[in-house]
Write a protein that binds this ligand. Structure first.
Ligand code: BGC
Ligand code: BGC
Length: 643
């Protein structure tokens, strides 16, 4: 039994005597009111609590600390408002139970403060509760974009919320509602696609799924559309972070473009009740978003009427001024309400305290920030149920959750080419050869943000079914022999007479290796030599060749297109490889549609979408929305090159 899980602090009304009949003016009644009283309206509770807070307690509420940088005791001492696990921020051992104990421990420390304000505990559960060993891992958003299915996305978000609630994490840094205009960006796969309408529709569905019918439900968690705004609109080479190129760079676009392409998902998310929005590391027209008062305060909070809180990104305010004090002043005045410090919280608290005392940050700004944070906490029902819900523990990575992920994988597959009826695999096939490092590699099929921030190759990182396992299992049932060799080297596979076996179908899985954020910025999206060689070798040893692409974005395959009969974009499907086998073997149809235009050559990227698709258009290999249905094959021709 987890400490403190079963006995939430009773609402004050339950312990207070019923109000005495009184002839006194209303003043007396309001003095007896308590912010702990769950029957009072949220706005009233916010004001009651705020009026009791010291400056130190207010600044504590505005402080978000990474869990390895703070002890539970310090959460109490500094009245910290929020704690997070970054990518890879798991406890030892990495079990749902240990997570619950860790998060509940921080929560208890928050409840031990004078005012007992619960913390938000944040995680990046961007494709399932993906830092937790054994949690179900869904396809990354690029694959969900291909499904075009808001209902599916809503269900996925709901399952993710339940797995989070099991561990006490109540705040999700998702969905990414970036609208990437350049697939060289390392965060392309975190987004639903290049089209603002698609991103808006699926982003809204994800917010709805996480937050449920009411944020106060125990299985609801707080959503965080991110990263505000135009993180997907930056120009190559403008980043000043590490060796990043696009990530954290500068969106050199005019305001009309920013409003038309990058703003709509936020507007829609606010309309369905988003209460927290994360700011982008990137800049707009040379000015960092973290110091951008016009966009954060005038546009987001003013024009769009956002009443929730604005959270900064990881150590991001440090980027807006080399002088930390100045950075803090600028960021808070620009409209940041909660600062993801994430390490040196004492330094932040000192700086902001000094800034208020010096009059550089007005107290009204502090009160506004704290009001927004408290409003979300009250609406979440955190004061009533602050702890993890152990009833959900058995649902983490459950068969039912995995079934939903398998469905998502099926629906995310996009059939790019299908000549010679290569797919689905024919009923009379007797031999299947499988090649490619990623065929038997959970880490590669899950991508970045899986257990570790950057993800990790191999099969040990979590539980799931590799694509090879799934193919073998399905083939066995159909009496088909499967041979796997990473390099497509089947020299030793011969018949009784010593003659080489020619497989009916050869499946080559080509892939990107896992990456996250700017580390995935790349101006070379062509296939690796290893993968090209595997396709070539497979050609020699099988009647039909099928290439499955595991990647966070379209890869340039023009030169290899003719080497295979069929090509399938499988994105980053996650832990449920059976979804791939389901469709390859024809148990389910191909229904996915491209969420990004598929380039013919690197030189085409970024596409000039303003000229797409009507005029003088430098045609992609496959346009946005493209996707075949295996029952109705169409020949694929490579469009003429535009010089
Ligand atoms: C990312 C955010 C993420 C945060 C916390 C940052 O590096 O940009 O998307 O929410 O880290 O992990
Ligand atoms: C953390 C991530 C974070 C990143 C930012 C990593 O160490 O694990 O969550 O997004 O740093 O640079």
């Amino acid at each position: 039994m987890l400490l403190g899980c079963t006995a939430p602090t009773p609402a004050a009304t339950e312990t207070l005597p019923p109000p005495e009949p009184t002839t006194e003016p209303p003043m007396a009644t309001s003095q007896a009111e308590d912010y702990r009283d769950g029957s009072l309206p949220v706005e009233r509770r916010v004001e009651l609590l705020l009026s009791e807070m010291t400056l130190a307690e207010k600044i504590g509420q505005m402080t978000l600390v990474e869990k390895n940088s703070i002890t539970p005791e310090a959460v109490t001492e500094f009245a910290i408002g929020a704690v997070l696990s970054g990518g890879g921020g798991y406890p030892q051992p990495n079990t749902p139970e240990a997570w619950a104990e860790m998060v509940d421990g921080f929560q208890q420390s928050a409840l031990d403060t004078r005012l007992g304000i619960p913390i938000l505990y944040g995680v990046d559960a961007v494709h399932g509760h993906n830092n937790v060993y054994g949690a179900v891992i869904f396809p990354h958003n690029v694959g969900l974009g291909a499904t075009r299915s808001p209902d599916l996305v809503r269900d996925i978000a709901q399952v993710t919320a339940v797995e989070m609630a099991a561990t006490g994490a109540n705040w999700n840094y998702a969905p990414v509602v970036a609208v990437p205009q350049d697939i060289r960006w390392g965060r392309t796969y975190e987004a639903y696609g290049e089209d603002p309408a698609l991103v808006t529709e699926l982003g809204v569905a994800f917010v709805e799924g996480l937050q449920g019918a009411s944020l106060a439900e125990p299985s609801s968690v707080l959503a965080t559309p991110k990263h505000f705004v135009a993180d997907g609109g930056t120009a190559w080479g403008t980043s000043r972070t590490e060796n990043y190129e696009l990530d954290q760079g500068d969106a050199q676009i005019d305001e009309a473009t920013l409003r038309a392409i990058h703003l709509p998902p936020y507007q829609a998310a606010i309309e369905v009740g988003a209460q927290s929005i994360m700011v982008s590391y990137s800049s707009w027209q040379g000015e960092k978003l973290h110091g951008h008062e016009y966009l954060l305060t005038d546009v987001l909070k003013g024009e769009l009427g956002f009443e929730g809180f604005v959270v900064s990104d990881w150590q991001a305010i440090n980027q807006i001024d080399t002088n930390y004090y100045e950075a803090v002043v600028k960021a808070i005045n620009a409209g940041i309400d909660l600062n993801m410090v994430p390490y040196n919280y004492e330094l932040f608290i000192q700086a902001l305290t000094a800034a208020v005392e010096n009059g550089d940050v007005p107290e009204t700004r502090i009160d506004d920030a704290v009001r927004r944070i408290l409003r979300a906490k009250f609406e979440m029902g955190l004061f009533e149920h602050p702890f993890s819900d152990s009833a959900y523990l058995e649902e983490v990575g459950s068969a039912e959750h995995r079934e939903l992920a398998r469905q998502a994988v099926r629906e995310s597959l996009v059939l790019l080419k299908n000549d010679s009826a290569a797919l689905p695999v024919a009923d009379d096939a007797r031999w299947i050869f499988v090649a490619g490092e990623a065929a038997d590699n959970l880490g590669m099929q899950a991508g970045g943000w899986t257990i570790e921030w950057q993800g990790k190759t191999g099969n040990s990182l979590t539980e799931g079914t590799t694509i090879l396992d799934a193919i073998e299992e399905r083939a066995e049932g159909a009496g088909v022999q499967v041979q796997y060799n990473r390099f497509a080297d089947y020299e030793r596979i011969t018949d009784d007479a010593g003659q080489p076996i020619i497989a009916d179908v050869g499946i080559v899985i080509v892939a990107e290796r896992p990456y996250a954020e700017g580390r995935g910025d790349s101006d070379d999206l062509t296939l690796s030599e290893f993968d090209v060689n595997a396709i070539q070798r497979m050609r020699e040893r099988s009647e039909r060749v099928v290439v499955l692409i595991l990647s966070g974005r379209p890869l340039v395959i023009t030169d290899q297109l003719d080497l295979a009969d069929a090509w399938v974009a499988a994105w980053l499907p996650g832990t449920e490889g059976q979804g791939v086998a389901d469709v390859l073997f024809g148990d389910y149809p191909f229904t996915g549609k491209l969420p990004y235009s598929w380039p013919r050559a690197m030189g085409q990227i970024p596409f000039d979408f303003t000229t797409l698709p009507e005029t003088g258009y430098d045609a992609p290999l496959f346009p946005y929305g493209y996707g075949l249905d295996a029952t109705n094959p169409q020949p694929v021709t490579v469009p003429e090159c535009v010089p």
